[in-house]
Design a protein around this ligand. Structure first.
Ligand code: NAG
Ligand code: NAG
Length: 496
């Protein structure tokens, strides 16, 4: 036992990179810079079947396949935020955030996914949440679709079905009409085509090399349609902004070899550019290397045309520039090397991409294997976005660190200090147009396939207690300090 404790302690020392006073970044966040925290509906709301809510793909999956969630859990109750509007907003107020990013549960608002029946309780719930935020001086930032598609719509093929574009526009209209007068920031999608359509994560389409590309194609069209809906019918009166959130990592070549540098470029274009290019790049459409690779492999796999759907020139024009800001989720960095061309035996996103991904064993880690602490990678990614996409206004919509949920969360405090320092450098030294930052996450919550084994929250929740009591962690106090001082605030005498 002692040995275990000792080695845990040593591991803790080794994996926590320490901030010393001389490292503290003394720059200030710009005057209009905004700070927030984020959540998503399925991960926190609970009340999965209350007051007329319909079933989402995540409700369905966690009930049908508990064995596929690491601790066999689900989000039937989760943080019970559905019943805790006042309590949650009081915590947000205490943090001093400028905004709160949350998502609308589509199947709470429209139980079947369609607008012929609008659930009055869905309208009530989000109205109350938004009113409470506004009354406390907190701006709502609302994601329309954060993974939890109504099950009914998945049965129609989900984001591989072109008709979802019209159905999504209908849903967005209900949201704008009912809530838009108080919502200054809208995010159409928190993108997730790679996991949901290429792998067995919900909806678990698991048709790699085919389904991801259909999903991206339909998602991009749906995003653009909703942008124009907002732009033409709501912007003038509601005066909000709208964009999409891209899941971004930084991809660094593992060596200086030309092949690895090219592999890292492929990684950026396939894993970030595939969702971004059509909207944010001046040329629109898909990145050239993505088009070339998929066409090349498709041909050798005896497909008559590329597995990547094509946009018409009119569609390219239509989608291009449909944003007010770029939403970016950034957690970590991967090292990329080239790999041999695979046999042309089956369609595969991995084989189209043709890279090996590793991480540097010297990078400090977190409680999630994939999440290594590499603040410089965030700065590199921000610079790459600036250079390739004409320096759009960037809202960092998620950034955070996984541990086991302890209140004394030094690892998370370090992480935020280091990443925010990199963001400050990107803003001041590199002139990247970052306008807002969102910590993931407001609360410990249901972390998708990792269930409750990974905790990202600034607030601890006792998931064994039916009341789900919330307790601010040390990191919440630190974040509050940073927000009120507009700069990093590690006590100079005291190491983290
Ligand atoms: C809602 O789901 C819970 C399980 O999470 C179940 O016990 C309860 O009976 C369900 N309620 C309704 C109205 O279906
Ligand atoms: C997903 O597809 C792969 C490759 O075809 C297969 O090996 C795996 O069993 C599938 N997973 C599920 C859950 O069906």
């Amino acid at each position: 036992m002692t040995v275990v404790l000792l080695s845990t302690f040593l591991l803790f020392l080794l994996t926590t990179s320490r901030i010393h006073s001389e490292d503290l970044n003394t720059k200030y966040f710009p005057e209009n810079f905004l700070f927030g925290v984020a959540s998503s509906a399925y991960q926190i709301e609970g009340a999965w079947n209350e007051s007329g809510k319909g079933e989402s793909i995540w409700d369905h999956f966690t009930h049908k396949h508990p064995e596929r969630v690491r601790d066999r859990s689900n989000a039937d109750i989760a943080c019970d935020s559905y019943h805790k509007i006042k309590e949650d907003v009081a915590l947000l107020k205490e943090l001093g955030v400028d905004f709160y990013r949350f998502s609308i549960s589509w199947s709470r608002l429209l139980p079947t996914g369609h607008v012929n029946y609008i659930n009055p309780d869905g309208i009530r719930y989000y109205n109350e949440l938004i009113d409470e935020l506004v009354a406390n001086g907190i701006k709502p930032m609302v994601t329309l679709n954060h993974w939890d598609l109504p099950l009914n719509l998945q049965k129609l093929g989900g984001w591989t079905n072109y008709f979802l574009v019209d159905i999504f526009v209908d849903f967005a209209r209900v949201a704008f009409e009912n809530f838009g007068d108080r919502v200054p920031y809208w995010i159409t999608f928190n993108s997730g085509c790679d996991v949901g359509y290429g792998t067995d994560q919900p909806p678990g389409i698991n048709q790699s090399g085919i389904a991801e590309y259909l999903c991206v194609h339909v998602t991009l069209k749906a995003h653009a349609r909703v942008y124009y809906l907002y732009d033409k019918e709501f912007r003038k009166t509601q005066k909000g902004q709208i964009g999409m959130t891209i899941d971004g990592k930084w991809y660094e070549p593992k060596t200086d070899a030309k092949e690895d540098i090219e592999a890292a470029t492929r990684a950026r274009e396939f894993l970030v550019g595939w969702m971004m290019h059509a909207i944010y790049h001046k040329d629109g459409g898909y990145p050239q290397v993505v088009k070339d690779r998929i066409a090349y492999r498709s041909k050798h796999e005896t497909f008559p045309i590329s597995r990547l759907p094509q946009f018409t020139p009119e569609e390219i024009d239509y989608i291009k520039g449909t944003y007010d800001f770029l939403g970016l989720n950034i957690y970590t960095t991967n090292l990329v090397s080239d790999r041999e061309e695979d046999p042309f035996d089956e369609p595969s996103y991995e084989k189209d991409l043709r890279i090996e991904v590793t991480q540097d064993p010297s990078w400090p880690t977190s409680n999630a294997d994939w999440l290594k602490v590499v603040p410089q990678g965030a700065r590199n990614l921000l610079n790459w976005l600036k250079d390739n996409y004409g320096n759009p206004p960037i809202i960092i919509t998620e950034n955070g660190y996984a541990d086991k949920g302890q209140l004394d969360d030094t690892g998370r405090m370090n992480y935020y200090q280091l990443y925010l320092s990199a963001v400050l450098d990107a803003i001041h030294d590199d002139k990247v147009n970052v306008i807002a930052y969102t910590a993931w996450s407001f609360l410990d919550n249901f972390e998708w396939l990792d269930g409750y084994t990974q905790k990202f929250g600034l607030h601890h929740i006792d998931f064994d207690d039916p009341d789900r009591p919330r307790t601010p962690k040390q990191s919440a106090k630190m974040y509050k300090d940073i927000i009120s001082h507009r700069r990093l605030t590690v006590d100079l005498k005291e190491e983290l």
